[in-house]
Each structure stands twice: as structure tokens, then as C-alpha cells.
Design a protein around this ligand. Structure first.
Ligand code: PLP
Length: 394
């Protein structure tokens, strides 16, 4: 008897996005030794973990060295104190959550894939175009039919439900990657009402919530009335607190979310207790420090440094007359390539003529073909120099 593989892996397209960017940059450097190439492509944080968190991590390491304070297995869904601290964090945004609605994870990408266990395989997933690739890839693996929702300059990359739209699972990422665009309350309410009316469930990716700077933009979907009965929110400390290499996130599954008599909070609790033994004690203690007043203040100081970089880029693009979105509530600035150029041609022009590296929008889907993603995660002086060069490009 033969064991069949998951044939859906055949549907994967090889992603050459970052390897191609790397190769072309290396080739340029090899041909132009000493060239000062400025990288605006980075999607990873560059500032280290803040002081309060580091102290908490050290203290937790020491606890593990002492028989009296040592911790073995922990509750699968997260340390009660951390779940409480995260629920407390939502109070900052006027959202009231029970700690049992908060689930600690090893990062947003893990739960983006794992949460699909709660949904019927036949259910379709609606994914925005352009998109963060994990939504597509996790649905391919799970075998869900995928529908794409196109977006562009006309809707500022913030699509709304089209007439006749049908979907079981809806992915919304706000502030978005790659576009940096963020839904305001009114637009998000349209999605919440749509989901409640049709029975769809929204998977709201809030990985960049700490970057929100405009009062009209919610940090959490639960700031919108009615979201508790139709949305799961996935978040992460990766960008919030520089945890990309540490790995800790959290997912909110409200107790009010039910479909066909089944409760998603109860199902997710059951799923976690079956599939994970939780996240490292040390990391969870570090994460707890993020949500203290001092810890949050330190995170915001780092985010302000990224915001400053974004402002430098936006000012240069304004001066150059380029069209872009993002930047205000996001580390990403999503820029239209000049003269209808496609994103790889523009990538090459930026690299060869201005020694700037961006991420070609095509890598995030066909609606990104004429756009390039710049990020504000880089070094401030390099960002200023890149901005000076960008003024001459458009
Ligand atoms: N969601 C979005 C939109 C992201 O851009 C990223 C990472 O870049 C993630 C999720 C993954 O976050 P994590 O590092 O917590 O897995």
C-alpha cells in the first residue's frame, strides 16, 4: 500500500524573489567594487531588543538555573500572566478581552498556517492581491480553494467587498505588507458587516499594529463593533519588539466566534493542547516585559526611529512627484515605478544607476507588477542618502 504525498505541494511556484535580489546585487558589487549600495529592501528589524525585555530574559534564564524556580512544561496556550498582559495591552485600544481569548504562539506565520485546522477544507480563502505570501502558501498546503481579490492605485490597495463576493475565510492585513496601506475604521466596518452578514470569518493580520500613527486607523479589528463574532486576529512581537529572531506571537480567538454550533475558542484551545507544548518560558517572560508601561515605551522609541526613516523616504518621494502609499502607519512605502516600468526593470535601473535596492512588487503578486517596496528598517544615514538619490529618479 502506497502512502500518497500531499499533491498540493506541486502547486507551489518556486519563489526566486529574495534570491534573485541577492544575486543581482552581488553581481553588481562584483562588477563595481567599492560601490555604496543602499538597501531599502530589508523586511527585518535592525534595532536590538530593548533593555526591559533583555533584563526579563536574563532573569528568566537565572530562574531556570535554580531548582526552586525552575519551570518544566508550561500551559500550552501560554503563561497565564502573559495572556493577561496581552489582554491588558488591548485595553490601550479600548478593546476588552478575556485572557482565555489570547493564545501565545511561536510567531504569526506559525498561526497563519496552523489556524486553518479550524476550517472545513472545502471552504474558500479570499486573499488580497498583492499579498504577504504565507496566506497563499498555507492555503495551498491545506488544500483550500483560493480566490484573489485584486487591488491597485484606484482603491489605494485597500479593497472592499465587491458585489456578489463569496468567501469563507477572508485575509485582511492592516497595516499591510507589502503595501503599507491601512484600513480606516469605516472601511474595516464594511468588512466586519460583510463577514457577519455572510458567515465568513476574517483572519486579521495585525503584525504591524504598533506602526499605526493615524487616529482614524484601528490597531485591532476588535476596535470595530461586531468583530468579536466574525474575526480572528493574528499578531506578533517580531516587528513590535524586534522578536524576529526570538519567535513569539499571539492569536486572539474570541469566545463569541461560533459557526454551525461550534465554538472557535474551544476548538483552538483543543487544537493547541493537542499540537503544541507551548513557547519557551524564557521568551514568554521577555514578552511579558514588552507589555509593561516601560517595555512598551521602549518599543515605541524603536518604532519612532523607523517612522523617522519612513518620513525621510516619503518627503523625497513627494518632492520627486512619485505615487506611493504606506509609510504613515507602516515601515513599508509602496511606490509606483516611473513611466509604466515593470518592477524588475525598475529594480535594475535603481541598482545600476542609483545603487539602491528595493523589493520588486511582482514578488507579491501580479497587482504588484508596477510597484516597488521600500522599507524603513535600515540605517538612518543610509536611508537619508537613499532619499537624496531617489529625488533624482522620478
Ligand atoms: N504577517 C505579516 C504581514 C508579515 O509581514 C510577517 C513577517 O514579515 C509575518 C506575519 C510573520 O511574522 P512572524 O515573524 O511573527 O512569524
Amino acid at each position: 500500500m502506497m502512502s500518497n504525498p500531499n499533491f498540493h505541494y506541486r502547486e507551489f511556484k518556486d519563489s526566486y524573489l529574495f534570491s534573485t535580489i541577492y544575486r543581482r546585487t552581488e553581481e553588481y558589487l562584483a562588477a563595481h567594487p567599492g560601490a555604496h549600495v543602499l538597501n531599502l529592501g530589508v523586511g527585518d528589524v535592525s534595532l536590538p531588543i530593548s533593555r526591559s525585555v533583555i533584563q526579563a530574559l536574563h532573569a528568566a534564564v537565572d530562574e531556570q538555573a535554580d531548582k526552586r524556580t525552575f519551570h518544566g512544561y508550561l500551559p500550552e496556550c501560554g503563561l497565564p500572566d502573559l495572556r493577561k498582559a496581552i489582554a491588558g495591552h488591548y485595553e490601550r485600544y479600548g478593546v476588552s478581552l478575556a485572557p482565555e481569548e489570547v493564545f501565545v504562539s511561536s510567531g504569526a506565520i506559525d498561526d497563519i498556517a496552523d489556524i486553518l485546522a479550524l476550517f472545513d477544507r472545502e471552504g474558500s480563502a479570499l486573499v488580497p492581491e498583492p499579498t504577504y505570501p504565507a496566506y497563499v502558501e498555507s492555503n495551498l498546503i491545506a488544500g483550500h480553494p483560493i480566490k484573489y481579490m485584486e487591488s491597485g492605485k484606484e482603491d489605494r490597495f485597500l479593497p472592499l467587498p465587491a458585489p456578489g463576493l463569496q468567501a469563507d475565510l477572508i485575509y485582511l492585513c492592516s497595516p499591510g505588507n507589502p503595501t503599507g496601506a491601512a484600513y480606516d475604521r469605516e472601511a474595516l466596518k464594511t468588512w466586519v458587516d460583510f463577514a457577519n452578514r455572510t458567515g465568513a470569518v476574517i483572519l486579521f493580520d495585525a503584525a504591524y499594529e504598533i506602526f499605526v500613527s493615524e487616529p482614524c486607523v484601528p490597531h485591532s479589528i476588535y476596535e470595530i463593533e461586531g468583530a468579536g463574532s466574525c474575526a480572528i486576529e493574528i499578531c506578533s512581537l517580531s516587528k513590535t519588539a524586534g522578536f524576529t529572531g526570538m519567535r513569539l506571537g499571539y492569536t486572539i480567538v474570541p469566545k463569541d466566534l461560533t459557526r454551525e454550533g461550534m465554538n472557535f475558542n474551544a476548538m483552538w484551545t483543543r487544537d493547541r493542547t493537542s499540537k503544541t507544548n507551548g513557547v519557551s518560558y524564557i521568551l514568554q517572560k521577555g514578552a511579558e516585559a514588552v507589555f509593561t508601561e516601560q517595555g512598551w515605551k521602549e518599543c515605541l522609541e524603536n518604532i519612532e526611529a523607523y517612522h523617522r526613516n519612513a518620513r525621510v523616504l516619503m518627503e523625497a518621494l513627494d518632492e520627486a512627484g512619485a505615487w506611493y502609499c504606506g509609510g504613515k502607519n507602516s515601515p513599508y512605502v509602496w511606490v509606483q515605478c516611473p513611466d509604466g516600468m515593470d518592477s524588475w526593470t525598475f529594480f535594475d535601473r535603481l541598482l545600476n544607476e542609483y545603487q539602491i535596492v528595493g523589493v520588486p512588487g511582482e514578488g507579491f503578486g501580479k497587482c504588484g507588477r508596477e510597484y516597488i517596496r521600500f522599507s524603513s528598517f535600515g540605517d538612518p544615514e543610509n536611508t537619508r542618502e537613499a532619499a537624496r538619490r531617489l529625488k533624482k529618479v522620478f
